[in-house]
Write a protein that binds this ligand. Structure first.
Ligand SMILES: Nc1ncnc2c1ncn2[C@@H]1O[C@H](COP(=O)(O)OP(=O)(O)OP(=O)(O)O)[C@@H](O)[C@H]1O
Ligand SMILES: [Mg+2]
Length: 352
């Protein structure tokens, strides 16, 4: 976990939506709302953990923030500038605030420049590396794309420096990815991500495919790299202990919506949303006294299909506290205590 940077957000996500058109019949498509009106921000030097059940939209949030998917709506403001791709059609001024002077149009970051500041580390170190390229070429590919090296010697020196930085033996630069173990492959993926000297990295389940013994080494490396390079992370993981270890703050998603966000310790000790209460009650606690007191709250039923999400609050069909109000409208995602955001009509009653 990094020391917190200053308080100005590096990444601001405003009302982000990502809808995928899905064929649901003869000449009929229905929008699958993978991410549905999500807003949050990440401070410079901070790690924001992102958790939630499989299919709730974590990867889609990460990819859409980086504009690997074109947002259906909403805007990402990076270091005060709106990120806009060349063909993107969202009216970004819908999301301008008084702090932007009411308009974002004069303050735009091109996608090309954004790509030199941001990057992604993928879950699967086996399929994310091209088997026909040497490690050296894999790591140097982003340098080539962005024409960041003046000549071959500079390129080689940069590759060797990156390999050293992630703990790989630079003598192995001419080998192929399949000659490495899972942990080493993930290091290659990380070296490649660091090539452009990014400030912000979306880490999408970067240790989930690794042996438990290797996971800790790679997690520690993320910590060290953050310290050395002042990196900012969005860290997606389903292992709640890993997330707790690495995150400064944690966000919880459910069916395309953000339901809770707070400091890591706060959300584990005192989750306010009924979904977070269930999810986090499954985390093993090393202290037996606390562990006995901390009862598990099982989640009932299955997560509904995002093609057919419940009206109002998406969690209401599995929530023991749900009332008619929960079916009528989606609760606002609001700050109920300093730095603690929650989207639940019944927070005040159930946490009284
Ligand atoms: N390219 C796509 N086309 C259509 N639907 C998609 C696409 N990518 C994701 N989805 C759907 O969007 C929803 C969210 O998927 P996403 O991969 O973001 O979830 P996730 O939280 O990352 O899940 P996991 O924990 O399994 O990785 C799912 O219902 C998924 O089926
Ligand atoms: Mg995912």
């Amino acid at each position: 976990m990094a020391a917190q940077g200053n308080d100005a957000p590096l990444v601001e996500v405003r009302h982000l939506k990502e809808y995928f058109p899905v064929n649901t019949g003869f000449f009929k498509t229905t929008p699958l709302k993978a991410v549905d009106d999500v807003s949050f921000s990440i401070k410079r030097g901070e790690t924001l953990g992102l958790v939630g059940e499989s299919g709730c939209g974590k990867t889609t949030v990460g990819r859409t923030i980086l504009h690997l998917y074109e947002p259906t709506d909403g805007v990402v403001v990076y270091d005060g500038k709106a990120v806009v791709g060349p063909k993107e059609k969202v009216d970004i001024d819908k999301f301008a605030t008084p702090a932007d002077g009411g308009s974002l149009k004069g303050n735009i970051l091109s996608l090309n420049e954004y790509r030199t500041k941001t990057t992604m580390v993928f879950q699967d170190p086996y399929s994310s590396l091209n088997p026909r390229m040497t490690v050296s070429d894999i790591i140097a590919e982003p340098l080539d794309v962005h024409k960041m090296c003046a000549n071959a010697q500079e390129r080689e020196e940069r590759v060797l420096e990156l390999m050293n930085r992630v703990g790989l033996n630079s003598e192995h630069a001419s080998r192929y990815a399949h000659e490495f173990s899972g942990g080493q492959r993930q290091r290659i993926g990380i070296a490649r991500s660091l090539a452009v000297n990014p400030e912000f990295i979306v880490c999408d389940e970067p240790v989930s495919a690794l042996d438990v013994s290797i996971q800790a080494q790679v997690i520690n490396m993320f910590d060290e790299l953050q310290e050395e390079m002042g990196l900012t992370y969005l860290f997606i993981a389903h292992d709640l202990l890993v997330v707790r270890h690495i995150s400064d703050r944690i966000a919880v998603m459910y069916l395309g919506k953000m339901v809770e966000l707070a400091d890591a310790a706060e959300i584990y000790d005192r989750p306010l949303h009924p979904y977070s209460k269930s999810l986090l009650s499954a985390v093993p606690i090393p202290d037996p006294k606390i562990a006995r007191a901390n009862k598990r709250i099982p989640l009932q039923g299955d997560i509904p299909s995002p093609l057919n999400a419940p009206s109002g609050c998406p969690f209401r069909t599995r929530c023991q506290y749900a009332t008619e109000a929960c079916a009528a409208s989606m609760p606002e995602f609001k700050e109920v205590e300093k730095g603690h955001f929650v989207a639940c009509h019944r927070t005040a009653d159930i946490n009284a």
